[in-house]
Design a protein around this ligand. Structure first.
Ligand SMILES: C[S@@+](CC[C@H](N)C(=O)[O-])C[C@H]1O[C@@H](n2cnc3c(N)ncnc32)[C@H](O)[C@@H]1O
Length: 245
């Protein structure tokens, strides 16, 4: 099998509109994630380890904003012994087409299914875990708390939510340093300065990050008594939040 097509979306003169998850993005999406998200694979592995500890045999796991299904495919491999049911949700039809294709290629159709839904209307009671990787940052700030409330109500007692996000620091100097470090990372992955600047502009009004403290406060307000950061690389973090038993 050949690898994913290379992301050259912002390597051309024409793109000036806001970022959207359309067919052109889906085509190069796996390459885009591998080159734009620090420690992408390691975060999935860390999440699998946490799920292994928190989930019971046969539990249902939802991946919200599942995109092309990479995370769930990895979980189904790493957590095969748990016989979990994996459900990916996304509102981009081309992403889901690709996710279904990949799950067929890896013959994982038995344990993986995909739903075309708006995750802000999430309502799937009895969930053992909900994963939200690099997606809550795209939900409008005003809707975020009620979104987390929905996750809380859908989780079974003792269930967990795992959230990975880009974050900001309210210390302006530190924030600048973190962003610069991230741009160095993207340059080291082969993106040009122009590509980095154009993508930043396209994401300006679309991707709105909160600080770690704001995310934790929101989770606590929704009833998640215990929240911890289990991964951080400069302005990228992953959090676990546990619904009390
Ligand atoms: C950055 S990608 C997520 C990457 C993926 N979680 C991963 O780690 O491989 C964001 C995804 O969220 C989806 N999305 C954004 N807003 C959504 C919404 N309101 N409902 C459902 N999906 C949404 C997009 O279509 C896109 O596939």
């Amino acid at each position: 099998m050949t690898g994913p097509a290379k992301d050259t979306i912002f390597n051309i003169d024409t793109v000036e509109e806001d970022f959207v998850f359309n067919d052109r993005v889906v085509e190069v999406f796996d390459d885009m994630l591998d080159r734009s998200i620090p420690f992408y694979r390691q975060v999935i592995e860390a999440e699998a380890q946490l799920l292994n500890g928190f989930l019971a045999q046969g539990d249902r796991v939802y991946d919200l904003g599942c995109a092309t299904g990479t995370t769930l495919l990895e979980f189904s491999r790493l957590l095969e012994h748990k016989r979990l049911q994996f459900v990916g949700i996304d509102n981009s039809a081309p992403m889901l087409d690709k996710a279904r294709l990949k799950s067929e290629l890896y013959t994982k159709q038995q344990s993986l299914s995909f739903l075309h839904e708006d995750i802000t209307a999430f309502d799937h009671p009895g969930a053992g875990a909900v994963i939200v990787n690099y997606t809550m940052q795209f939900i409008r700030p005003l809707q975020r708390e009620s979104f987390l409330q929905r996750l809380f109500h859908s989780l079974r007692p003792g269930g967990v939510v795992l959230i990975s996000e880009k974050v900001i620091s309210h210390d302006r100097r530190l924030n600048r340093e973190y962003i610069d470090t991230y741009y160095q990372f993207k340059k080291s992955r082969g993106y040009s300065e122009l590509e980095i600047a154009k993508k930043r502009e396209a994401l300006e009004n679309v991707l709105i990050p909160y600080s770690i403290e704001e995310n934790k406060a929101m989770l606590q307000k929704c009833g998640f008594a215990s929240t911890e950061t289990f991964f951080q690389w400069f302005n990228f973090i992953s959090l676990i939040a546990i619904k009390p038993e």
